[in-house]
Design a protein around this ligand. Structure first.
Ligand code: GLP
Length: 249
């Protein structure tokens, strides 16, 4: 696990966007695994700027998002479909047919899960997966639990996650109770993983992810076992880490 600590959120976003740009420069038809949440928004803004400055071409890029709420129509402004359009896809030249986001409205949700993993497999796997992290160390919507889920599945959201995400909805009651998410196994198969975290409220989750026991109780701790993980933090999220374990950039 390589850990970079940036002066502030803006630098973190810049660094993350540069890594995505390098990936696409090296392989124009890269398969990107994308995340939602507030953390990657700065990175998406930088990617849009890079695209506008003709530094990146997304025309051959393929994307797979981590997760989506269940039973939230895609035109709801809190759906992750809507989020991705508003923060990235509407402003770059990615082809619509190359965008994949789990369909939380699917009638046959089990089939949707199986097909989602199958689409990732057919394309040859994810080249770089972007991850945020929940306060409880969830990744995608893999909540702390008793076993690592191998495949894309439907998860019941923990109350703490619903409360954390309620800030984007009118009320807690509006936050869906379930989501469809790539499983830990689906995420782990990605060739590279880039985990982003900013702010003091992520410091404990980052500490447990980096130093803790590898356990499904701390879903992100599995990343300790992956060969190619880069963690990009701001100073606040890195507060509990030993400075010998990271580089300041
Ligand atoms: C949601 C998403 C996660 C994200 C997390 C943290 O639960 N499903 O992918 O990492 O929120 O969000 P934020 O970056 O807003 O703290």
């Amino acid at each position: 696990m390589k850990i970079l600590v940036c002066e502030n959120y803006d630098k973190l976003s810049e660094k993350a966007a540069q890594l995505i740009m390098s990936q696409i420069t090296l392989k124009s038809n890269s398969v990107l695994g994308l995340a939602t949440g507030s953390t990657p928004i700065g990175m998406y803004k930088k990617l849009v700027e890079m695209y506008e400055n003709k530094m990146i071409d997304f025309s051959d890029v393929i994307t797979f998002n981590l997760d989506e709420y269940q039973n939230l129509p895609i035109d709801n402004d809190q759906s992750y479909h809507y989020f991705m359009d508003e923060n990235l896809f509407n402003y770059i030249n990615v082809k619509r047919e190359n965008i994949h986001i789990p369909n939380g409205m699917a009638k046959d949700i089990k089939k949707e899960c199986i097909e989602y993993d199958e689409s990732i497999r057919k394309i040859g796997g994810i080249d770089i997966q972007v991850l945020g992290i929940g306060n409880n160390a969830h990744i995608g919507f893999n909540e702390p639990t008793v076993n690592f889920e191998k495949k894309t599945y439907v998860v019941e959201l923990q109350e703490s996650t619903r409360i954390a995400n309620a800030r984007f909805f009118n009320s807690l009651d509006d936050v869906p109770k379930n989501a469809i998410t790539m499983g830990i196994g689906s995420i782990f198969k990605s060739k590279k993983i880039m985990l982003l975290a900013a702010g003091e409220n992520k410091a404990k989750a980052i500490y447990d992810t980096v130093y803790g026991k590898v356990t499904p109780e701390v879903p992100a701790s599995i990343l300790q076992l992956h060969d190619d993980v880069i963690v990009i933090l701001d100073k606040e999220a890195a507060r509990l880490l030993n400075p010998v374990d990271y580089s300041v950039v």
